[in-house]
Design a protein. Structure first.
Length: 439
């Protein structure tokens, strides 16, 4: 056992974790049916996503038995390095991950960390930093790991580790879905539940507080559990800039949730490099196409802004998405944003930045088309199902006199729910920013 490495289940005589030889774990690995199988897009998409959200050059998904670590998927590795797509178990850091009883194993300087210094994988694979998250069977057995490798030492950011944990869970879900379902109906129901879990983990539970600004958001899932891929975010980029986004991925299920993850973390990464919303969305478009997501396009509205003594000032860009709405303090409602291209289909897109300002008492509303296209529930007396519509949403927004951001979102959600009879046919996301009126 290497200095500083303590395995909950103890070590084997050779110093490797005893968990590697656990019979239940080995049976669970064998039951996946994935050992010695070829690459698959479902897993390759996730390793590509891991490299995108961290900026690391390499990512692996491995299954580990008692003698080897089998590479089910790899990104950023030369073909010559993966002829056999496996490593002896004593020559891989994944063996340490198996011994951590379901906990992640993260190293910032592999050559200096006493848990990994001298490990044969560090020099052979040029590992500067390593972050691995377990792939778990339904019974909790560690099947292997999803890891990223940086050639240089680095300090892992909390948001990167959160993203990797989410991707690790997605790998576990993909494998367990294949091994545990017995009927097509079970597959449909479980896939929706897993996609919902993945998507929910990507929605910020609480928006960041912006000094001098009220913020609120709501995510209303469609009735019946179908996942469409709506997402939103609000985060601090470089001082003094803040960013907010609302998006809608075409399609449903786990595949849509993967695109949602790629979009959110790509936007956050690009926000540290660029201020222009159009430039950031253009780079997201390139990432979608590079990741072979052409069949899963998305729409988005993205804004970059800063607070000022007079309120907030910023720029906004729409990509195939409904325009944002601004409610002025006197009740006037206006659209902001110029129609732009969908993302993820064509390499060359048409995107335009539009400036906007919010003064005290003004509010900005971002929403997905689930709000305007919400249909009235069919009744026995009438087959008509009119949509809520853009005019009704604008009128409802205009009627939010004296309401703060949270009250605005709650009021709009209540009106939409009343229109649909609490039976939404599409996911609906709303996000409001409001500059408080001066005392």
């Amino acid at each position: 056992m290497r200095q500083g490495t303590a395995f909950p289940g103890g070590p084997r005589p050779d110093g490797l974790p005893e968990a590697l030889s656990d019979r239940r774990r080995l049976a669970a690995v064998e039951a996946t049916g994935l050992l010695d199988t070829g690459p698959e897009a479902a897993f390759d998409d996730l390793t590509q996503l891991a490299t995108s959200v961290t900026g690391c050059g390499r990512a692996l998904i491995t299954l580990v038995d008692d003698r080897r670590s089998f590479w089910k998927s790899c990104a950023g590795v030369d073909a010559g390095e993966v002829a056999e797509r496996q490593d002896p178990v004593e020559e891989t850091l994944s063996s340490i991950l198996v011994g951590m009883d379901g906990e992640p194993f993260v190293v910032e300087d592999a050559a200096a960390d006493p848990r990994t210094s001298g490990h044969p994988a560090v020099k052979r694979m040029k590992i500067g930093a390593w972050a691995g998250y377990p792939i778990l069977a339904p019974g909790g057995e560690v099947l292997g790991g999803m890891c990223v490798i940086d050639e240089n030492p680095r300090v892992w950011r909390p948001e990167e580790l959160t993203a990797l944990a989410t991707i690790g869970r997605a790998v576990s879900n993909e494998i367990n879905l294949r091994t545990s379902l017995t009927t097509a109906q079970d597959a449909l129901e479980t896939s929706s539940a897993l996609a919902r879990s993945l998507q929910d983990s990507l929605l910020p539970p609480h928006l960041q507080k912006v000094p001098g600004l009220e913020t609120a958001a709501s995510y209303l899932p469609a009735a019946g559990g179908t996942v469409v891929g709506d997402f939103y975010d609000l985060f601090h980029a470089k001082e003094p800039w803040w960013c907010t986004v609302m998006g809608d991925v075409c399609g449903n299920g786990t595949e849509a949730a993967k695109v949602t993850a790629l979009a959110r973390y790509t936007l956050r990464a690009e926000a540290t490099q660029h201020r222009s919303p159009a430039t950031i969305l253009d780079h997201l478009n390139s990432a979608l196409i590079e990741q072979r997501q052409g069949e899963r396009f998305l729409t988005a509205v993205y804004a970059t802004f800063r607070t000022t003594p007079a309120g907030i000032a910023g720029r906004l860009c729409t990509a195939g998405h409904p325009p944002a709405l601004i409610r002025r303090a006197d009740g006037r409602v206006q659209e902001v944003g110029r129609s732009g291209s969908l993302l993820g289909i064509l390499a060359n897109v048409r995107l335009t930045d539009v400036p906007f300002r919010l003064a005290p008492g003004d509010a900005l509303l971002l929403y997905t088309d689930g709000a305007t296209e919400a249909r009235a529930r069919r009744t026995a007396s009438s087959g008509a199902r009119p949509q809520f519509g853009e005019d009704a949403l604008a009128a409802a927004f205009a009627g939010c006199r004296g309401m703060d951001a949270q009250a605005i979102v709650t009021h709009l959600c209540d009106l939409i729910a009343e229109h649909t009879g609490d039976w939404a046919s599409d996911d609906t996301a709303l996000l409001a920013l409001r500059v408080p009126p001066r005392p």
